[in-house]
Design a protein around this ligand. Sequence first.
Ligand code: GLA
Length: 394
Amino acid sequence: MAFVEPGDPSELADTARTAFAEAYGGPPAVVARAPGRVNLIGEHTDYNRGLVLPVALPHATYAAMSPRPDDVVRIGSLEEAEPWTGTLGALGPGDVEGWAAYVAGVLWAMRDAGYDVPGVDILVHGTVPLGAGLSSSAALECSVALAACGVLGIDPDRATRHELVTACIRAESEVAGAPTGGMDQTVSMLASAGAALLIDFEGLVETADVALGLERADLALLVTDTRVSHALVDGGYAARRADCEAAAATLGVPSLRQATLEDVEGLQDERIRRRARHIVTEIARVRDTVDALETRDWTAIGRAFRDSHVSMRDDFEISCPELDVAVTTAVEAGAVGARMTGGGFGGSSIALVPTDRLDAAVRAIDAAFVAAGFGAPQHLRAEPAAAASLLSSG
Ligand code: GLA
């Protein structure tokens, strides 16, 4: 079965080192690695101060970096054709466009937060599929932030990681122009291998590891990238966020976290009501899923996944025909549960599948895509991986 492989971390780091040396004429001072993520449940709840339950993927981005004696910043990637060159004074909002904005933005936000980041050369390389709703952008940001920490000789302890998360979120929203909610950067910086990360966005962001026990239950997480393009800088994501803010304002609460189902059912505007209903019911489904994981109640988890997908399809309207087919087919092929995952409007689905049905599920989804006249999807196995780490320094 052809899955998109995460690759061997030390080989990928070596590839980044070699490419760095070829591009800049010497070895990098540090290499850092940061994972992409797939969300088990809790979609669009982060910017509503709600709950989310993502896992870090073994697929990651590797950033090689060296300090320079001047204020020049050079950014290259093995996955992108165009390198970028600029200076420390021009890394912020409006200065950089395209993929390099995610990198420059991190340096800008770290400097703004008081980190004395010097001019640097950067080369990135990774295996997180781009534009698949698997947070290639957060992986890029977090790998760069951690590499910059390495260059500065700062120990990336928990408190530092929280600060770096904030810098990465600012890079994405203020420099790259994607007004996202913080789940992706938080899990990339704070996840533990083998576990999901429950993140509570109410007040000070709090996290807790949630054991999954998939292996013992002979279950696997199958991610299907529909390859329908997904871009968070497009209008759909921001429009959903604005609808949620409008709902909270109408209800007179600081965020939909404080609203009840009864509150939102009373909203007059039909679209705003459906959007708010998704958020309130989705936060409850995250709680239900965490409880069900504790008791290994896979049927309850399957139900939560199903209801989550229906809610995103009908109330939040962020699914698409390819995601609906991937989800329906996975369940027909024996998945315990399946749903679209991430920001929506394309991207990926996630299915909880008995390990012995994994191949059959993949084949069924591929066949269903052919039958529907869709382009071929690609599949990943999401074995919950560890947070970002510094692979070499000094
Ligand atoms: C994207 C954003 C996240 C989150 C999800 C939807 O991944 O970056 O902040 O809002 O969409 O759950």
